[in-house]
Design a protein around this ligand. Sequence first.
Ligand SMILES: CC(C)(COP(=O)(O)OP(=O)(O)OC[C@H]1O[C@@H](n2cnc3c(N)ncnc32)[C@H](O)[C@@H]1OP(=O)(O)O)[C@@H](O)C(=O)NCCC(=O)NCCS
Length: 208
Amino acid sequence: MPTVQPSALHPEYSALHPDYPVRTERLLLRPLTGDDVEELFAYRSLPAVCRYVPFEPMTRDVVVQRLATQWANTGLTDEGQALTLGVEVAATGRLIGDVVLFWRSRVHRGGEIGYVVHPDAAGQGFATEAARALLALGFDQLGLHRIVARVDERNEASARLARRLGMRQEARLVRSELLKGEWSTELDFAMLADEWAAYRDGRTPARP
Ligand SMILES: CC(C)(COP(=O)(O)OP(=O)(O)OC[C@H]1O[C@@H](n2cnc3c(N)ncnc32)[C@H](O)[C@@H]1OP(=O)(O)O)[C@@H](O)C(=O)NCCC(=O)NCCS
């Protein structure tokens, strides 16, 4: 389980400023830097990785540009912002992916997560472990009430991951958005703060 402690609950729910690196059993989560360009490019340039996500395969220039803009945040201070963290394998120091926490609404205390891993690091539970740490940051430190994951139905690995995290499928939006020239049927997964607390503490969550 992630090392973020419930004692880190933020009473005002006003901001998120994690202590880096955020440590999990096998991973370190930390802000991305200019030293990560090649490792980011290695997977974010792959069409297979980008198949069911809004972004296109990236060039090095796009990676550099993102590092200076969307990926430059090291915390969250208001809704509408996103915190992207690199996922490093502690044992090797290799950056194998990245995860993102969007702060969608201050008043509704809503958030959303996303995750990407290099295909050659897939199938080992790294993305699940990193996403779980992100849920801990969102619920325990930012005080979110509800976190969602939105998944193209054809992206079975991503849907399995959301379920593995303990998220509930709440909706199936049939051909709701155009994704790369094709209609995407979207599965919406969600988790509430009390479900997270039960899951984190090893209890069976009461389903709402
Ligand atoms: C979505 C994505 C991150 C899932 O990757 P993944 O490797 O399946 O996820 P994990 O790293 O958590 O690994 C889980 C797999 O490893 C297995 N595994 C092995 N050891 C494990 C461990 N210790 N803990 C958990 N799972 C483990 C699981 O059984 C699972 O395999 P399964 O799905 O065949 O049952 C990946 O496919 C990806 O980056 N896709 C491109 C980007 C993308 O689409 N992102 C999602 C947008 S919604």
